[in-house]
Design a protein around this ligand. Sequence first.
Ligand code: NAP
Length: 313
Amino acid sequence: MSKIYDVIVLGAGPAGLTAGLYAGRARLSTLIIEKGQDGGQIAITNEIENYPGQMVEGESGPSLIARMTEQAKKFGAERCSDVIKSVELQGDVKKLVGAKGEYLAKTVILATGAFPKPIGCKNEGKFVGKGISFCATCDASFFEDFEVYVVGGGDSAVEEAMYLSKFARKVTIIHRRNELRAAKSIQEKAFANPKLFFMWDTVVDEVCGDELMDSMIVKNVKTGELTKIEADPDDGIFGLFGFIGYNPNSALFEGQVELDRGYIVTDADMHTNIPGVFAAGDIRVKSLRQVVTAAADGAIAAMQCEKYIAETK
Ligand code: NAP
């Protein structure tokens, strides 16, 4: 029979790794299961400057996450790579079934985060990786000295546009309204950046090309006017980066855990509607999705696992 862990943490982003750290320190047998690389969205974030105490110049998401992983392991949390296909969360022993095996635990912390929303234009699927990207850290260098467009008006879009401007010769933010949602401090830096331009009240309607994306049609949402934007013939391609928010990774829990528009509903102590099942980080209903709030959720969830196990002995 498989080992029954005290805690299984699903997802190794800042919430999951912090949960692993706290559960490990509480001497709970802990397994962190992750399907890809550690870090979740932080793994594709170039610069982290608002995590408390983080004053290291140029700290990237991956470098911060690498230390979080090490810290969780140092306190005994095990880490396993698997893709979980189904979960049975009711009852005293929770079961997670993965591609490589089954995992059992007295408590589970769901920390599966969220993934980038598609831009929503025609032909989008055809050009992902052939002009369209959702990760500036991963793909900026492909667009060294090319023209790049960024869709969105929030913190992610503006920060990633500034990062892209270190590579591209020109970066244009395409935003559906005529003002940005991003924090004022971020906006100030963006407006002062000579390589950044703005296309207001505009959405991308369609992307076009043969093998590579070489043109797109944008639409003015106020006038309905359509404009074709073509790649410089010398380039043959331009970049289109989407940063318009995220969708929660919660399909696996549908029908078991209470969801609100796909996000897991918890109380302030990270309890879901199922005893012994907790949620932490971007996957849950909350007002601020940041590394610091994800880490805080993870710590609370782990401590609640300890309490639940003590009370149900
Ligand atoms: P966000 O704040 O939800 O912003 C999404 C942006 O995309 C908005 O400007 C929105 O337009 C636009 N948008 C949404 N759907 C669209 C569509 N279908 N077509 C065109 N545009 C669309 O998302 P985010 O920027 O990814 O940030 C997510 C969270 O992470 C936020 O809480 C943010 O503060 C946080 N974050 C913080 C930092 C930081 O502090 N350094 C960095 C990155 C992210 P409207 O404005 O018109 O709604």
